[in-house]
Design a protein around this ligand. Structure first.
Ligand SMILES: Nc1ncnc2c1ncn2[C@@H]1O[C@H](COP(=O)(O)OP(=O)(O)OP(=O)(O)O)[C@@H](O)[C@H]1O
Length: 596
């Protein structure tokens, strides 16, 4: 029994009746119960049902929700298990009576009004928030509303810029117009719809507005996404100049742009998760802040960002609201896009990619399971569908395309690594990746990593740092400039010597293996971790249809990781279950921004 299990059991034994049952079945962790009991003890709250409500409010952000809806939690609660678990047997309180008691608690402020005395919980209708999240959500809504005003622009110049920068009218050109005309704009769209291409043209159009060059910040939640954004903007600048659609001055301005992680932009301070150098009292100096991959930005990160944007500056959020949301609480991009405010525009024409994936991805995103199954059955050259449950041992024989692909790609990586060809090894690394929903269990990353290593057999060298070992960084390391999700590979540098190679600004960078802290072998990775990356071939292994992690966003994110070829292993039942289950994150941002 692990220390954690031990703690769970010990805790369950100490807790009181109702909480103990919720803990035992897996709805509440020991930590949820512990925090709620501490809050109650400090305030002298003894009502067990209030402590239960508090523990569910603590649990919510752990699962990505901003609050718990006490009126519906009985129907919506799930536990992370491959097996279906019946939660209806739990002693759920009757919602009306429960809410009446919660409203009276000393732990709880009721309603939207600011209150002088701090209390840890906030109840708005039937939504129970940890006060911190209620404040952050309100702050983001207020700051975005304040930003969302129109700007005075030189319309003649803007028309001229847009006519020159865009070949034809369409959503991309509309997005650029909006981003110049308004201080807050959102450019939403799936992979290959031209979001990054449009960013370059937005900056160009803004630069052409005046003689003063605006100070532009490009940022993304991960280092990898930031690098990609910068490279795409530079490539677009060179292309536009070559086509005679951009002057030298603005081309140079675009080429001088760097991109950073959001953490870096805000001035992350060691030892602090939530405090940054730039905040409401010390705003960012930039005139324009552009954030890519915004679907991965949590409510807390967004709160820190929008308070740091100075009044009068512009904020442009770019991302794909169909993808998985941030690991932490909130579904900020989706909420903002759903409000459909005047600054929001969706790009829907896909300019890149293969026919099959281009047909399958929107079917999933639109929740059309029949169309998704049709696309899989159609026989497109870029899709291989293996309709089996990969958790069943007898399915292995049918998974030969995955074995062949994984072994071929890994062999190429190993050969390049042994020959000391770092760039070639990095390139081969991006040609194939197995993606799983879970980390553990028969459908999980651990089992598949071990399986691929077995398939490779003697091709893998001895020891931990064998040439060709594919690496994944699992924690941000600001000192080394390596970030969670960065992929690298071990390469021979001299006889008997190796280095871990990662890519920085398009160039291979070497690190001594001993300097790396949180690192894993990455023959397979979770779909969550793969967000923001694409692979020539992605082999997606779906979990059982009953897995609570299986959602529409997970399937959509997984299939859109494939650039040229998708191998999808999962039964029709599993695919239909995923498409039918959009992530329903409890979040009040849309309502508080003045939607519906
Ligand atoms: N209007 C257009 N006409 C033709 N090609 C386009 C157009 N817009 C973009 N493209 C091309 O489509 C490809 C994808 O564009 P881009 O990388 O900007 O998309 P994206 O939405 O940022 O996708 P991702 O998020 O996957 O990177 C690029 O090769 C780009 O040059």
């Amino acid at each position: 029994m692990s220390a954690l299990d031990d703690f769970e059991v010990r805790h369950a034994l100490r807790s009181r009746g109702v909480l103990r049952e919720f803990n035992a079945i897996g709805v509440l962790t020991a930590a949820d119960v512990h925090v709620a009991e501490r809050l109650a003890a400090l305030a002298g709250e003894e009502d067990e049902l209030i402590v239960l409500a508090a523990a569910l409010a603590v649990r919510a952000p752990r699962l990505g929700h901003v609050y718990v809806d006490l009126a519906t939690i009985r129907e919506t609660a799930t536990v992370d298990s491959d097996e279906p678990v019946d939660l209806s047997e739990l002693p759920w309180p009757q919602p009306e009576a429960w809410l009446d008691r919660v409203r009276e608690s000393v732990l709880v402020h009721v309603g939207e009004r600011d209150a002088p005395d701090p209390r840890p919980l906030r109840l708005v209708d039937s939504a129970l928030y940890l006060d911190r999240y209620w404040r952050e959500e309100g702050q983001v809504a207020t700051d975005l509303r304040a930003l969302g005003q129109a700007e005075s622009v030189n319309t003649l110049q803007l028309d001229e810029s847009l006519d020159r920068l865009f070949e034809r009218p369409g959503a991309q050109r509309d997005a650029a117009r909006i981003a110049v005309e308004r201080r807050f704009a959102v450019v939403a769209g799936g992979p290959g719809t031209g979001k990054t291409t449009t960013v370059a043209r937005i900056v160009a159009a803004l630069a052409e507005q005046g003689s003063e060059l605006p100070l532009v910040a490009l940022a993304a939640p991960t280092g990898k996404a930031a690098t990609r954004l910068k490279e795409a903007v530079h490539a677009e600048a060179l292309r536009l100049r070559a086509e005679g659609r951009l002057g030298d001055r603005v081309r140079d301005e675009l080429l001088a742009l760097n991109a950073s992680t959001l953490h870096r932009l805000l001035g992350w301070r060691p030892g602090s998760h939530s405090r940054f150098r730039h905040d409401r009292g010390n705003r960012l100096p930039h005139d324009v802040v552009i954030v890519d991959e915004t679907s991965m930005v949590s409510l807390t990160q967004m709160a820190r960002l929008v308070e740091a944007v100075r009044p009068g500056a512009r904020l442009v959020l770019v991302g794909d609201p169909g993808q998985l949301t941030s690991i932490e609480a909130g579904a900020v991009l989706g909420d903002i896009v759903n409000v459909r405010g005047p600054g929001v525009i969706e790009l829907d024409v896909v300019h890149r990619g293969q026919e099959g994936i281009k047909t399958l991805a929107p079917a999933i995103r639109n929740g059309d399971a029949d169309a998704a199954i049709d696309a899989l059955r159609h026989g497109y050259a870029d899709i291989t569908w293996i309709p089996v449950d990969v958790g069943e041992p007898e399915s292995l024989a049918q998974l030969a395309p995955i074995r062949d692909g994984a072994v071929a790609a890994a062999t190429e990586v190993i050969e390049a690594a042994k020959a000391g060809q770092d760039a070639a090894a990095m390139a081969a690394l991006g040609t194939f990746r197995v993606l799983c929903a879970h980390r553990r269990g028969p459908h999980g990353v651990s089992v598949w990593t071990a399986r691929i290593e077995r398939w490779l057999g003697n091709a893998i060298g001895r020891g931990r740092w064998y040439p060709g070992r594919p690496l994944l960084v699992t924690k941000n390391d600001y000192g080394l400039d390596l970030y969670n999700g960065d992929a690298g590979v071990v390469v021979t540098t001299a006889p008997g010597k190796v280095a871990a190679v990662f890519e920085r600004r398009g160039e291979p960078v070497h690190f001594a293996p001993s300097r790396l802290n949180a690192i894993e072998t990455v023959y397979a990775m979770t779909v969550h971790k793969s967000q923001g990356s694409q692979f020539a071939t992605a082999a997606v292994l779906l979990p059982a249809a009953t897995s609570p992690i299986l959602t529409r966003e997970l399937l959509y994110t997984a299939v859109t990781r494939a650039n040229r070829h998708l191998i999808l292993a999962g039964t029709e039942e599993t695919i239909r279950a995923a498409v039918a289950r959009p992530v329903a994150r409890a979040s009040g941002l849309g309502r508080r921004m003045g939607a519906h």
